[in-house]
Design a protein around this ligand. Structure first.
Ligand code: CTP
Ligand code: MG
Length: 221
């Protein structure tokens, strides 16, 4: 499934501090392919335009990897929301829908992006993949003491790709706030955000354990 008015933003500008391999996480290779290349490859079927927010100093290197005219590369920001906002600025006005997808979730299947997009086409303005959580989640204070235990059945672990109408995502980023996902900024505006069932393969490569998971997945240990 593809739609003539869908752009994809790939925030790829993070330094990958928790992974700690000394290069930006998006450029880490698994089986000869960077996480960024794999993320782009897995989502490109639904997009007419892909905008990558590149890590500082790596714009030219990334432009050399993606030479096709349907891929644009912009400078990333200091925080994730700034990277998304920079990418949003270069999306031409004809685009109606935008999916924001972390380079770090390189193994998210095309089918997940298709399900997100399909909800947008059916009239939702914000759609995010969600998985039930298995652990009990607690809120703690600055001294590490528990202040709350939300009922687990009301909690979800949220993934990308997250889908929005371009209009709504622009409104969300106009505030200039930062959050760990785009849907948080949309919620702050009071706009309903719909969750759909997520995908274990959309796991975020964050730590060395996640990298091991990914290498086993592609049969390279
Ligand atoms: N990201 C970005 N710009 C930033 C920070 C993060 O585009 N200033 C991107 C990352 O490249 C990643 C996604 O946002 O694809 C999710 O962020 P995260 O997994 O936290 O990646 P890093 O920030 O690179 O990792 P860490 O927090 O461990 O440094
Ligand atoms: Mg980060």
């Amino acid at each position: 499934m593809s739609h003539a008015d869908t752009a994809v933003i790939i925030p790829a500008a993070g330094s990958g501090e928790r992974l700690g391999v000394g290069i930006p996480k998006a450029l880490v290779e698994i089986s000869g392919q960077t996480l960024l290349e794999r993320a782009v490859q897995n989502i490109s079927a639904v997009a007419q335009l892909i905008v990558i927010a590149a890590p500082p100093g790596f714009e030219e290197e990334i432009k050399k990897i993606f030479t096709e005219p349907s891929v644009l590369v912009v400078a990333g920001g200091r925080v994730r929301s700034e990277s998304v906002a920079n990418a949003l600025k270069v999306i031409p006005s004809k685009y109606q829908y935008v999916l924001v997808h972390d380079a770090a979730r390189a193994f998210a299947p095309t089918e997940l992006a298709e399900r997100v997009l399909s909800e947008l086409i059916q009239g939702q303005s914000a759609v995010i993949p969600a998985l039930d959580v298995v652990d009990t989640i607690k809120v703690v204070d600055a001294e590490d003491f528990v202040v709350d235990t939300p009922n687990r059945s009301t909690l979800r672990a949220i993934q990308t790709p997250q889908g929005f109408t371009v209009d709504v995502l622009k409104q969300a980023h106009a505030t200039g706030s930062d959050a760990t996902d785009d849907a948080a900024l949309v919620s702050q505006l009071g706009i309903p955000v719909k969750t759909i069932i997520g995908e274990p393969l959309a796991r975020k490569i964050t730590t060395l354990a996640d990298l091991t998971w990914a290498r086993e997945l592609v049969g390279q240990s």
